[in-house]
Design a protein around this ligand. Structure first.
Ligand code: BG6
Length: 454
C-alpha cells in the first residue's frame, strides 16, 4: 500500500516543474521521500508517464540542489504516475476515484498547484469521490481580497477540517526565515534591544530580476501588492514584530495580533511598473498593475509603536535580493547606526555593522562588519533544504506550524484591501534598474552590494 500519495493538481504547470518536482527529487535523495510514497500527476494532456518524465527531466536537472545522476533519477521516476483528467470537469473525478480504489494509499495529499479559479472544482471533486484521509494543500493567493478569501474558506471548511488544510506560503519554508525567531529570541544581545527604544526602523525587501514570465493573466490581476506583499512580506514583518512566541503553535495567533495593529503611514506608497510590461503576454494594453511596490507601516503594539517598517518589492530589478535590515537608533546625529541584516536569499546569513575606532587613529570612528554566511559554509547550499522541501516534509509529518492560518489571512487581507484602495498610479521604471525614484534607499543598495566577508 502507498504511504503518502501526493496528488498534484496542475502537474504540468510552472510551479510543479520548477519547484515541486525538484523538491521531491531532493527529498528522495535525502531519503525523506521513501519508496512507499507516490507522486500522482494530474494533467489534462493526453500523455503517458514516459511523455511526462521526458518533459520534467530538464527541470529537475536544472533546479534540484542535488546533482541528478542517471541511476538515481531512474529510481526516482518509479514513484511518479501520470493520470489524465480535466480537473474542472466534475465527471472526470471518477477517473481519480477508480485509480485510488485500485491502488490504495494511507494518506492523500491533494496539492492544488493551480490558479485560484480551479480551487472550487477541485475541492468539490475531491469531496464528491469521498477521498479519505485527505490533507489539502493550497497555494497562495488565498483569495484576491477578504471577501473572496472568506468565500473560499467557507467552501473549503464545509468539506475539510481546518487542521487538514495546509495553506502554503513558501517564504515560511525558507531556511533563513525559519531562523529569524532563533536569531532574535535566543540571543540576549538582540532580544534585549528588540523594541522601539532601540530600533529606529526596519527595511524588508524582496527584489527580483525576473519579470512576470508566462504568468501574465494571473499577475495582471494581482500586482505586486497581492502577489508578494499580502502574503510573503507581511509574514516576514509579523515574524520580526511579534512578541517572543511561547511556542510555534501560538505563533500564528500572535502574528495576527501584529497584523491587526498595522497602520499605513501617510504618503509612503510608491508604485512602479517596468517599461515593457504592457508588451508582455496576457497583459492588458492599458494595465495600471504595479510590478514594484513600496509602502511603510507602523506597528501599533507597545513593543514597536513609532517604528516604521518599510516594505519593498519589485520585478525586473537590478538586483535579486531578499533581506531584512533592523536599523538601530544612533545616540547622536552623524553617528552611523548599528544595522543587523538577515539575508534570506540569494545570500543566506546574518551581518551586523557597528562602530569602531579607526585603526591607528585616535579620534576617528569607522564602521566594521561581522557576518555569518550560511550558504558559504554549506558547500553551495547542498545541505540547506529548499523552501518546498521543508513544506512537503511538514505536510508528511502533519505539522501545520509553518503554514498560513486563517486568522492571518483575514488580518492581512483586511489591511491590504484598504491599502490597495489608496494605492497611487504606478510610475514607469527601466528594467534592471533600482525601480522608481525613491523606491530603494542608499541604505538598502549598500546592504545589497556588500558581499559577505568570507
Ligand atoms: C511567488 C510569486 O509567490 O513568489 C512570484 O507569485 C514570485 O511572483 C515568487 O516570483 C518569488 O519567490 P522566490 O522564492 O523566488 O523569492
Amino acid at each position: 500500500m502507498v504511504q503518502n500519495r501526493f496528488i498534484i493538481f496542475g502537474g504540468t504547470g510552472d510551479l510543479t516543474y520548477r519547484k515541486l518536482l525538484p523538491a521531491f527529487y531532493n527529498l528522495f535523495i535525502s531519503q525523506k521521500l521513501t519508496k512507499q510514497d507516490e507522486i500522482l500527476i494530474i494533467g489534462r494532456r493526453d500523455w503517458t508517464k514516459t511523455d511526462y518524465v521526458r518533459k520534467m527531466e530538464p527541470w529537475v536537472k536544472e533546479f534540484a540542489r542535488f546533482k541528478v545522476e542517471e541511476d538515481k533519477f531512474l529510481e526516482f521516476i518509479q514513484q511518479i504516475q501520470y493520470l489524465k483528467m480535466n480537473l474542472s470537469a466534475l465527471d472526470d473525478y471518477s477517473i481519480l476515484k477508480d485509480y485510488v480504489t485500485k491502488s490504495k494509499a494511507q494518506v492523500h495529499v491533494c496539492y492544488m498547484a493551480v490558479s485560484p479559479q480551479f480551487f472550487d472544482p477541485i475541492v468539490e471533486g475531491i469531496h464528491q469521490i469521498d477521498l479519505f484521509n485527505v490533507r489539502l494543500v493550497m497555494e497562495k493567493p488565498f483569495g484576491t481580497d477578504l471577501l473572496s478569501a472568506t468565500k473560499l474558506q467557507r467552501k473549503v471548511t464545509r468539506y475539510f477540517d481546518e487542521e487538514n488544510i495546509y495553506r502554503i506560503d513558501h517564504y515560511l519554508g525558507k531556511d533563513m526565515v525559519r531562523n529569524i525567531l532563533t536569531i532574535r529570541c535566543e540571543n540576549p544581545i538582540f532580544d534585549a534591544v528588540w523594541n522601539n527604544r532601540y530600533i529606529d526602523h526596519v527595511n524588508i525587501f524582496a527584489l527580483e530580476q525576473v519579470g512576470v514570465e508566462n504568468r501574465g493573466s494571473y499577475y495582471d490581476k494581482a500586482g505586486a501588492l497581492r502577489d508578494m506583499a499580502q502574503n510573503h512580506l507581511l509574514q516576514l514583518l509579523s515574524i520580526i514584530a511579534v512578541d517572543n512566541p511561547h511556542d510555534l503553535h501560538t505563533l500564528s495567533l500572535q502574528q495576527s495580533v501584529v497584523l491587526h495593529s498595522l497602520k499605513l503611514l501617510e504618503d509612503s506608497m510608491i508604485m512602479g511598473q517596468y517599461r515593457g510590461y504592457l508588451d508582455e503576454k496576457d497583459i492588458d494594453s492599458k494595465s495600471q498593475t504595479e510590478t514594484f511596490a513600496r509602502f511603510s507601516v507602523g506597528v501599533e503594539t507597545s513593543r514597536f509603536q513609532g517604528v516604521p517598517f518599510h516594505i519593498i518589492t519589485g520585478k525586473e530589478m537590478m538586483y535579486r535580493d531578499t533581506a531584512i535590515q533592523i536599523v538601530f537608533k544612533s545616540p547622536y546625529s552623524g553617528q552611523k547606526p548599528n544595522i543587523l541584516t538577515i539575508q534570506v536569499q540569494p545570500k543566506e546569513g546574518v551581518e551586523i555593522s557597528f562602530n569602531i575606532k579607526t585603526p591607528g587613529k585616535s579620534d576617528e570612528i569607522s564602521e566594521a562588519t561581522m557576518d555569518f554566511c550560511q550558504n558559504c559554509q554549506m558547500q553551495n547550499r547542498i545541505n540547506t533544504p529548499e523552501a518546498y522541501e521543508w513544506m512537503l516534509m511538514s505536510i508528511m509529518l502533519e505539522d501545520g506550524s509553518w503554514f498560513s492560518h486563517w486568522d492571518q489571512i483575514v488580518t492581512s487581507w483586511k489591511f491590504m484591501d484598504e491599502l490597495i484602495q489608496k494605492k497611487p498610479k504606478p510610475i514607469l521604471y527601466e528594467k534592471k534598474s533600482l525601480g522608481p525614484e525613491g523606491g530603494l534607499t542608499a541604505e538598502i543598495v549598500e546592504c545589497i552590494e556588500k558581499p559577505f566577508i568570507c
